[in-house]
Design a protein around this ligand. Structure first.
Ligand code: RAM
Length: 345
């Protein structure tokens, strides 16, 4: 297979690629892989493949990854599709495999659609870490989870319940229909609503595909279809920002509540103008940073992804691999008018 030749080439150092290089060029500068313990070092070129490009959430996670990779002197690259569709990442994964990167770090738009490509990468010696949105566990070595699904579901349901007074119709504006992360959260939101908030009715879940305009249009349609709607949960940073923009200039501002998962920088104006009271998230930069250190530990053979494996993640400290190869970053955090000024991402 020609792959091996490329990989050997990468190990002797070729060129350094930079972030947001749409061609997917990503090879190790050769500075990495000589330090650290493990089984003989490795190629510390790590290519991040977000769900899509142009999303500030992934820009921030990539900033964190870049910081980590600079610390351990590896090579960072980010490539990805414009659209968050199920198999749009496949060609980028294949290109990185042919180039022989040390690891791929992927946020999946679908649990299965990219599995063949990822497993071909693994067969070729590339370590595969999912972060943010997982694949099925047999397609990757590790999943770096931002917070557990129950906690992410609970914080959003509790926020909307508080904002609508515990009763009435709500809807969900999600990302893409197959997104592993949003679908896991929605399933748990439905369970938690049924058990703890019997007076709240989830009337519809719609998908904005993590595209700003689609999310904006879906918000308008929701409000038209459900005249009694009291609140919207959008568990996607793209969706909540688009929904807030729609609400902020509409007659529904202040009467239809909106919460979910957003970045402080995208949501600040809507908290300040009263469209949104509170929403949640974690720090995407920390997620990218932890993902990069996990990839390094795999590349260097310090861990294999087995439950109980431990590795150190620079300034974030030590982490342990849990069941099914999952590493947990921490808890979600609630942003509101009181604290939003303290954050810049
Ligand atoms: C969007 C993406 C991402 C998700 C966040 C909350 O940026 O869908 O996968 O984790 O929202």
């Amino acid at each position: 297979m020609s792959y091996k030749k490329h990989r050997a080439g990468a190990l002797t150092a070729l060129a350094v690629s930079v972030a947001l290089l749409a061609t997917g060029c990503a090879v190790d500068s050769g500075t990495g892989g000589t330090e650290g313990g493990g089984e003989g070092g490795g190629d510390l070129s790590i290519t991040f493949v977000p769900k899509n490009l142009g999303n500030p959430y992934f820009d921030t996670s990539s900033d964190g990854a870049q910081e980590a990779i600079d610390e351990f002197e590896g090579t960072f690259a980010e490539v990805g599709p414009a659209e968050a569709s199920p198999d749009a990442q496949v060609s980028y994964i294949n290109t990185a495999t042919q180039q022989g990167v040390g690891a791929l770090a992927v946020s999946a738009n679908d649990p299965q659609a990219i599995c063949d490509a990822l497993n071909e990468a693994r067969d070729a010696g590339v370590k595969v870490v999912t972060f943010d949105s997982d694949t099925n566990p047999d397609c990757r070595d590790l999943f770096i989870n931002q917070a557990d699904a129950e906690g992410i579901a609970k914080v959003q349901v509790d926020l909307i319940a508080e904002q609508i007074g515990g009763a009435g119709e709500i809807a969900i504006l999600s990302a893409s229909a197959n997104a592993t992360n949003q679908n896991a959260w929605i399933e748990r939101m439905e369970e938690y609503l049924a058990s703890d908030y019997p007076d709240i009715t989830l009337v519809e879940t719609v998908y904005g595909d993590d595209d700003d305009q689609t999310s904006f249009d879906k918000t308008a349609a929701l409000l038209q279809t459900h005249p009694n709607l009291k609140g919207i949960i959008s568990p996607t940073t793209v969706g909540i920002a688009a929904a807030a923009r729609y609400l902020s200039t509409s007659a529904f501002k202040g009467t239809v509540a909106l919460t979910g998962l957003g970045t402080p920088n995208q949501m600040r104006e809507f908290v300040e103008d009263g469209t949104v009271t509170a929403f949640a998230l974690w720090n995407p930069a920390d997620l990218g940073y932890l993902t990069a250190y996990a990839a390094k530990a795999l590349i260097e053979g310090e861990i294999t992804g087995e439950e109980g494996d431990t590795f150190s993640a620079g300034k974030l400290g030590d982490y342990e691999v849990g069941a099914d190869g999952v590493v947990l970053l921490g808890d979600p955090f609630v942003f509101d008018a009181e604290n939003i000024g303290d954050f810049d991402f």
